[in-house]
Design a protein around this ligand. Sequence first.
Ligand code: UDP
Length: 324
Amino acid sequence: MRVLITGGAGYIGSHVVKALGEKGYEVLTIDNLSKGHEEAVLYGEVKRIDLSDRESIRDVLRAFKPEAVMHFAAFIEVRESVLYPLKYYKNNTVNSLILLEEMIYAGINRFIFSSTAAVYGNPVSVPISESESIKPINPYGQSKAFVERILEDFSKSYGLRYVSLRYFNAAGAEPEGKIGESHNPETHLIPLVLKTAKGEIEHIKIFGTDYETPDGTCIRDYIHVDDLSKAHILALEYLLSGGKSNVFNCGYGHGYSVREIIDTAKKVTGVDFPVVESERRPGDPAILVADSSKLKKTLGWIPEFDDIEYIIRTAWNWELNKRF
Ligand code: UDP
């Protein structure tokens, strides 16, 4: 069974490549390596291709003939998307459209899409279920919401079957320290906190302490990347066995505030690093917590690593022994 992975050299993509490889799937990664790391791809070949390069996408689809495509390649920074929305609409929306169009021409009709909790914006009720309205408050979320809308229409008209996985906050690393999160520049909370513990950064800034949450800092649902990988495998098996197009939240159903993450990181690392209270970051909703009952019920997803200390410990292990 062949699976084409876009962005397989990135953080979540590389963990899913590993999970697929371990299960015996034949994987091929396409990645422009603008953010990803070739060393992170533990199974299958890596082709350096940009998704705007329609001809190369066409050639790869025709030569590899995948049974399914998993599409991870995207820009992911909320702040950057507010500053440079064009970059996000081009890479995340327009390039997804190119990929989908070429899939349709090639007769490939199973698609797994990396969506995001950012499509919900400031949700009306928490935990958030999939039926919550799609009202992104930043271009990053909007760039993904557009793709979800395109998928809905293509599914009705072109026989495409897709699963859209709305990620909450992916975190942690596979426990052996082979791969992990490595963004440049790093903007995510847990790796930045750990870099502070390591002494690479002077202090960690808390972006906003006046949110309507118990301690005033933002709350997020941190999901271990290996549990998230498992959701992809289940989504693939679901599509392969004839499942209809569907959308699932991926999270644990409870969240931690920025202060709680910092406190847990201090406990796990044993380092009392400096913390500075700072301004809100534009585009940040106060609380994002998943209702993931649909993922559990429909795909049989059973979370294994719902433990914030374990998540931070695996991220710390990676941070101390990084290969890239
Ligand atoms: N955050 C923070 N300091 C940082 C980085 C992030 O306080 O240096 C906060 C951010 O404002 C958000 C939460 O941590 O409320 C998680 O942010 P991250 O960028 O990790 O993920 P996002 O929720 O944007 O996907």
